[in-house]
Design a protein around this ligand. Structure first.
Ligand code: NOJ
Ligand code: NOJ
Length: 478
């Protein structure tokens, strides 16, 4: 089913095709700069410690005026990358932001908290523990922090800062008082523990959390090995392998997608489909150049992307917009999971599409395109066939892929597939573009009814996701 023809439950006449002033090529240039400025604006707030990262400046409805370990690590991972770029001026403004983040993270790790573990999800920007009731622990948090800091440590090592790395970030001691090793030891010893999911709602074993834990351990093991802590490296690798072997448990042949959560402990009675963009976010955020695993072009990941597309397309009235006024495709806005009731403000009601979820489907589509483009051929399987057909329909409505087909990189179909995936990524990014503020500002959600932004304003993580998606688009050379 192509994006343009699915008009189920749609009220076409109520939504005019939006006039988009800038092409995506133009928009991404200014948007990239803007989202970076907005990310930085939320780091080190005046009334907090340096290095704290606001999830959003919103103080009520919802109150996001906290340092969430997950959101902060996602943000600082982007900042770290920028610092590595300019070899002539290593100690630039981004460097100082990273130093501050390291200091603040140290406070987070050593402050007594309710969960009494490194899985404590959020802190006041002053560094004080948040002691109200909350879904805790969230064990993706220490994995996120370790992954961000491991990548930062590699950048520092490449710039001759060995002493800082072995002193503050990875000391090779046991028990460890250095940031990365403390987190990795925790992850390696506790990944099997039940914990709350990234949405802070459901206790159990989560695809998302496991993906982050696994990549943190793999890349952490390389760092441990580099710093002559081979015993730890072996242990991290061994645990990562156990996680990898258990990931297939999340696959449901019957449903045709990866389920978000196994072994649920109570929780929301309305969340029954187990279809959740968290799976795609896990794939997206755990992507590793050195240790690829369940990547965006994996056929069961593509099946999950398709299931999400199909579920959200008819769910939100605003998705009746399927193209811009000039006829360019607009993909559906994507929420967290179809049954979601969290609106960010007011009582639980009907959930909305989220920018970071929509941007995730854009970014994973670009990445799938890039990964396929590097292959010699593409095999069409029962799992990837639907998503790839969705993609190629954006380029060539006559081409239909069939299970069992195989296309070498010399064929026209091969090129159509990778261009189609890029076009699908673009269609999702256009959805972000049309609901973003005129200046590209992004809140957490946009209304399922009128498309206007809602919930937390200037959500740092929204900006991060769009930045990554734009970068992946820019990396495509076709
Ligand atoms: C706050 C959490 O941050 C959010 O993820 C969750 O959906 C709501 N609580 C549920 O009320
Ligand atoms: C609620 C989201 O569910 C959660 O994933 C996020 O960490 C916080 N908001 C802060 O942005």
């Amino acid at each position: 089913m192509s994006i343009q023809t699915n008009t189920m439950l749609k009220m076409e006449t109520e939504y005019a095709s939006p006039i988009v002033a800038q092409s995506l090529d133009q928009w991404t240039v200014s948007a990239r700069q803007f989202v970076l400025e907005k990310m930085i604006a939320n780091i080190s707030p005046a009334d907090g410690e340096r290095g704290a990262v606001l999830a959003s400046p919103s103080r009520n409805n919802p109150n996001y005026y906290y340092h969430w370990v997950r959101d902060a690590a996602r943000t600082m991972s982007e900042i770290a990358k920028l610092n590595g770029l300019d070899k002539t001026n290593f100690k630039d403004q981004y460097y100082q932001l990273m130093v501050d983040y390291v200091e603040f993270s140290k406070i987070n790790q050593t402050t007594p908290t309710v969960s009494n573990s490194l899985g404590e999800p959020k802190f006041y920007v002053t560094g004080q523990a948040f002691s109200g009731p909350w879904g805790r622990p969230q064990n993706d948090s220490p994995a996120q922090r370790a992954l961000t800091l491991t990548r930062w440590a590699n950048i520092l090592l490449a710039n001759g800062e060995q002493q800082y790395v072995t002193g503050i970030l990875y000391d090779g001691q046991e028990p460890s008082f250095s940031l990365i090793k403390a987190d990795l030891d925790f992850v390696a010893n506790h990944w099997q523990d039940s914990c709350f999911d990234l949405w802070e709602e459901v206790d159990g074993s989560h695809f998302y959390t496991r993906m982050l834990q696994r990549t943190a351990l793999r890349e952490g093991a390389d760092l441990a090995s580099l710093l002559n802590d081979q015993g730890a490296a072996d242990f991290y690798n061994q645990q990562a392998e156990l996680i990898e072997n258990a990931m297939s448990d999340f696959w449901s042949e019957n449903k045709g997608y990866f389920m978000a959560t196994l072994n649920r402990v109570g929780g929301l009675d309305y969340k029954y489909s187990d279809l959740d963009v968290a799976v795609m976010l896990g794939t997206f955020q755990a992507m590793s150049k050195s240790h690829p695993f369940l990547s965006p072009n994996d056929d069961k990941i593509l099946a999950t992307a398709y299931a999400l597309h199909q579920a959200f397309d008819p769910l939100y009235p605003i998705n009746a917009i399927e193209q811009t006024a000039s006829g360019e495709p607009v993909a559906p806005g994507i929420g967290r999971y179809p049954e979601d009731k969290y609106t960010g403000s007011g009582p639980l009601s009907q959930g909305n599409p989220w920018f970071l979820c929509t941007a995730c489907l854009s970014g994973t589509s670009y990445k799938a395109a890039a990964l396929f483009a590097a292959q010699k051929s593409i095999q069409i399987t029962q799992y990837n066939v639907n998503q790839l057909n969705l993609a190629v329909a954006l380029i060539d409505t006559k081409l239909v892929l069939n299970v069992g087909d195989s296309f070498s990189n010399k064929t026209k179909a091969f090129k159509t597939i990778i261009q189609g995936l890029k076009a699908l990524g673009d269609a999702y990014l256009r959805r972000v573009q049309i609901h973003a503020g005129e200046d590209v500002s992004l809140s957490e959600q946009f209304s399922r009814y009128d498309g206007y932004m809602t919930s937390a304003v200037d959500l740092t993580w929204s900006y991060v996701s769009v930045a990554i998606s734009i970068d992946l688009r820019n990396e495509l050379n076709f």
